[in-house]
Design a protein around this ligand. Structure first.
Ligand code: GSH
Length: 126
């Protein structure tokens, strides 16, 4: 398959906040129809198959993951968004739904997660 006919693939885990970032970007930018999305549920047989498929191409499998071009596999959500943003000529900073999610619910959940980790650590040494 050549780069001209290749349809990029994104691998998205259900309820993963990083995967939702990619999903929202693709929907709001209008690129979703040009990308093959492989959704899966955590701890499912489907996840096992997807992990086995990605394993040989990545140092460490995490989600979201994507095959952006033939043989070019990446994982970081920001890198995936940056690739598609450049392709579509869109600036994610100007996308209302995407920005609201990243700066709002997503940022808050990351902050709470970090605080929770620190509290657990403090509680375990006390
Ligand atoms: N910095 C990464 C973080 C991604 C991440 O932590 N994803 C979680 C799922 S929500 C993950 O893949 N955990 C390890 C695993 O499922 O094997 C990104 O922005 O893509």
């Amino acid at each position: 398959m050549t780069s001209a006919t290749f349809k990029p693939i994104v691998y998205l885990k259900e309820n993963c906040p990083f995967c939702l970032k990619v999903r929202l970007f693709l929907l709001e930018s209008g690129l979703a129809p040009d990308v093959e999305t492989r959704d899966f549920v955590s701890d499912s047989e489907h996840e096992k198959k997807i992990r086995a498929e990605l394993q040989p191409h990545l140092d460490k499998v995490s989600f979201p993951a994507a095959q952006l071009e033939p043989g070019r596999y990446v994982t970081e959500s920001d890198d995936i968004v940056a690739f598609f943003a450049a392709k579509a000529g869109r600036d994610p900073a100007g996308m209302t739904v995407y920005r609201n999610y990243v700066d709002g619910v997503f940022a808050m959940s990351m902050k709470l997660w970090k605080e929770n980790q620190e509290l657990k650590k403090a509680a375990s040494v006390a």
